[in-house]
Design a protein around this ligand. Structure first.
Ligand code: NAD
Ligand code: UD1
Length: 331
């Protein structure tokens, strides 16, 4: 297939481009580089020894997107492009709603005009809100706590309505749990701008000495050791989940959790990182972070049964690969 990957220079997108190329697909990447670096494309070429067509285009720009569809015959789309920083979304809701919703609307509109009927959308476990774990795709969704989460919940509803009205349209909504780790080569990985918000990049930067100490947000949750529990998933497993979804797609809406199904607490993750890499991660317990929930992990039955996909890499591999990338990474 010829696959258009929006946001393909970013963290999850770049790993998915590698998996698509390795599975024999050809790839067109569209990215405005607002949160990524062009050098990543060279790294992907180094890993795969394959070429990629690249457009530096903002996906909210309808005529620029349409131009790509006139230049190429596209079989399917994986739509990663979006802004994802939760706290920034609270400060700049208009930017988040505009970017994340308009990009999706533009893409679907152009898809319809050019008869492209396979669409894979990046959603998030955040749409479950504070539901009962494990989260199952059929659950009623609880409200999210921030504009970023809302953009995912609203996009899901828009895409489902459009799919209902267009019987030929095939939609996969993929709800990611907590993607971590990096490609085993150490060439591509997660490189957030500024001080990281998420746990694993914070841990790797503490290990590297860039940050002094990790703050563990709360140890009084109703979990095994009192710290938050999450379903960390290796980004390469996540990437492979996209290839499986794209291959499987049939008309209609298909929603899948992409997680491991295993909950790991913050303290367990720190411990796994120390064991995997033989390095200490100094930390202190501080207050809970507003908006956090106690536990979040997936029921992965549906993806296994329908896509034949399961996450294969364990927490030690996630920690080892995250650290290998951080050690190699130069700003
Ligand atoms: P990322 O920021 O690394 O990648 C997103 C890419 O999209 C970046 O390269 C950015 O430059 C590009 N982009 C943003 N807006 C654009 C626009 N209007 N036009 C063109 N390009 C644009 O983020 P990621 O972690 O790779 O996440 C990919 C997708 O998965 C996002 O939609 C995100 O919300 C979703 N997601 C991420 C996580 C996570 O923990 N990383 C969890 C759940 C869902
Ligand atoms: C966060 C977002 C979520 C988003 C996801 C992926 C919030 C409230 N949620 O999820 O919407 O989809 O990122 O981008 O921001 N932790 C620490 N110290 C740190 C960082 C995190 O103890 O410095 C803890 C958190 O309290 C949490 C766990 O580590 O228990 C995971 O946090 P994080 O990596 O930020 O992911 P989520 O909060 O699950």
């Amino acid at each position: 297939m010829q696959v258009l990957v929006t946001g393909g220079v970013g963290y999850i997108g770049s790993h998915t481009v590698v998996s698509l190329l390795e599975a024999g697909h050809s790839v067109i990447v569209v990215d405005n580089l607002v949160n990524s670096k062009i050098e990543t494309l060279d790294k992907i070429k180094q890993i795969t020894n394959k070429d990629i067509i690249f457009y530096q285009v903002d996906v909210t720009d309808e005529s620029a997107v349409e131009n790509i569809f006139t230049n190429h015959s596209i079989d399917g789309i994986i739509h990663f492009a979006g802004l994802k920083a939760v706290s920034e979304s609270v400060e700049r809701p208009l930017t988040y709603y505009y970017n994340n919703l308009v990009s999706t609307l533009v893409l679907v509109k152009v898809c319809q005009k050019y008869n492209v009927n396979r669409f894979v959308f990046s959603s998030s476990a955040t749409v479950y809100g504070d539901n009962k774990v494990p989260f199952v795709e059929s659950m009623n969704l609880f409200p999210t706590t921030n504009p970023y989460g809302e953009t995912k919940a609203i996009s899901e509803r828009i895409l489902i309505d459009i799919t209902k009205a267009n019987p030929a349209f095939s939609l996969a909504i993929l709800r990611y749990f907590n993607p971590v780790g990096a490609h085993e080569s150490g060439l591509i990985g997660e490189a957030p701008n500024g001080i990281p918000n998420n746990l694993m990049p914070y841990v790797t930067q503490v290990a590297k000495g860039k940050l002094n100490k990790l703050r563990v947000f709360g140890n009084d949750y109703p979990t095994t050791d009192g710290t938050g529990v999450r379903d960390f998933i290796h980004v390469t497993d996540l990437a492979e989940g996209h290839v499986a979804a794209l291959d499987y797609l049939t008309a209609g809406t298909h929603i899948y959790n992409l997680g491991t199904g295993e909950g790991t607490s913050v303290l367990e993750l720190i411990h796994a990182f120390e064991v995997a890499n033989e390095i200490k991660v100094p930390y202190e317990i501080v207050e809970r972070r507003p908006g956090d929930i106690a536990s979040c992990y997936a029921d992965t039955t549906k993806a296994k049964q329908e896509l034949g996909w399961v996450a294969k890499r364990d927490i030690i591999e996630m920690c080892r690969d995250a650290w290998r990338f951080e050690k190699n990474y130069k700003e």
